[in-house]
Design a protein around this ligand. Sequence first.
Ligand code: FMN
Length: 179
Amino acid sequence: MKTLVLYESKYGSTQKYAEDIAKHSDADLFPLKKFRWKNLRDYEIVVFGGYVRGGNVQGINDFLSHWDEMDGKAVIIFASGMGIPTKETRENLIEQNVLGDYHLRFYQLRGSFDYSKLKFADRLVFDQSIKAMSRDPESAGQANDLDWVKSNPILSYDQERVDYICGVIQKIKIGEAKK
Ligand SMILES: Cc1cc2nc3c(=O)[nH]c(=O)nc-3n(C[C@H](O)[C@H](O)[C@H](O)COP(=O)(O)O)c2cc1C
């Protein structure tokens, strides 16, 4: 059963997760933008990982625009963001990215974030989001956390969840888990 791993990454966290999942699952690996969709028919398990920006999983619309071609395949999506994965953040991601309408597995993997390494435009967006959030009493606490992150980089790699996802892929391959 052939496995495909696609990813959308800007600073490398999502790419590293995708590479490791592909390596341990004996899968083919491509950046989403480089994949030739006509080759999708070769695969029975399809994994997509995208980084989170303003609650949106990057690349997901492009990936899901091929949903009809994934009929009968097992589909796994993971999102890499700097937030600590919780049930609530998972539900928010599912809602904001309209994933509830699809039959797929969805996982969160905490990625790294280093403000000092951001591209200028990303710093600008980040700073503006903090400003906007700090004006609203409901999100002021979150703005404080984000402000703290600016001088305290997050270095995160969730080995346990990577192993879990690889285990799920293995189970699908040997027929122990449903597609
Ligand atoms: C402008 C901007 C917005 C972001 N928004 C979110 C967000 O809404 N939720 C989150 O968990 N992480 C957010 N992040 C953090 C990234 O998703 C995180 O650093 C991710 O691991 C980056 O993946 P990459 O290294 O593959 O690019 C944001 C980062 C930037 C620069």
